[in-house]
Design a protein around this ligand. Structure first.
Ligand SMILES: [Mn+2]
Length: 245
């Protein structure tokens, strides 16, 4: 199975990565299991296209699963409450609204202008995108792994985690040293290289800034990283070798 890190509107990187995954699994008896770690929208320009691509996977990779990132949470929050618009544009929502053809108020303190934007945005989002957003999961437990967007609180058992931590936590999760009941596979905190140790595997490589989108393939004990990289000649993919555990 493959876990894919934060995409943030980089539809070109997602296409490249998916093509590589489908190519290397084309001889397999069953389609690959894909687990998306959340943060499909915001920051990059192609949020709408990314959701379209993820919806298309229902045919090509049946059984694909999708976690809810803090950015999808913000998008849903705004859809529910227009007063959340200003907070959302503070962390990348403008690009998402633009990808649906909706512009944000020039004066972001003007609630009447937000009312218009809110209506236009709700009208612009296709129903299947809404169903996709409503169907996102908070955690996926599979074998020795727990997949979450951000992480877990190290002082709580894995079966008693708060959704807020699963979607938002950084510390004390990242630097804690206690072994957890399962290996946590997560995105949310960007790094230039993916992180792997015996507690956690972090695969957010800051796609919208670095042009690198990372997936980790988990196959029993074996793990390898697959990356799509945006370069002058378009997107290329490569396997990243893992330095000692
Ligand atoms: Mn993110």
């Amino acid at each position: 199975m493959y876990a894919i890190g934060d995409i943030h509107g980089c539809d070109d990187l997602l296409s490249g990565l998916l093509e590589a995954v489908f190519e290397e699994t084309s001889g397999d008896a069953t389609p690959p299991l894909l687990i998306f770690l959340g943060d499909y929208v915001d920051r990059g320009p192609g949020s709408r296209k990314v959701i379209d691509q993820l919806l298309d996977l229902r045919d090509r990779a049946p059984g694909a699963r999708f976690l809810c990132g803090n950015h999808e949470e913000a998008m849903l929050h705004f859809l529910d409450d227009l007063e959340a618009g200003m907070a959302w544009t503070g962390y990348g929502g403008k690009a998402t609204m633009r990808s649906y053809g909706v512009s944000t108020p020039e004066d972001e303190t003007n609630l009447d202008a937000w009312r218009e934007t809110h209506q236009a945005f709700k009208a612009a989002i296709p129903e299947n995108h809404m169903r996709f957003l409503w169907g996102l999961e908070d955690r996926i437990d599979l074998g020795d792994y727990l997949f979450v967007h951000a992480g877990v609180h190290p002082q709580r058992p894995l079966n008693a985690q708060h959704v807020k931590d699963l979607r938002w936590i950084r510390e004390p999760f990242l630097s804690d040293s206690r072994r957890l009941e399962k290996v946590i596979v997560h995105g949310h905190t960007p790094m230039t290289e993916p992180h792997i140790d015996d507690r956690r595997i972090g695969v957010d490589t800051w796609a919208y800034r670095t042009g690198v989108l990372t997936a980790v393939e988990l196959n029993g004990e074996a793990r390898r990283f697959l990356q799509a990289r945006r370069g002058e000649d378009g997107v290329t993919t490569a396997v990243l070798s893992i330095e000692g555990d």
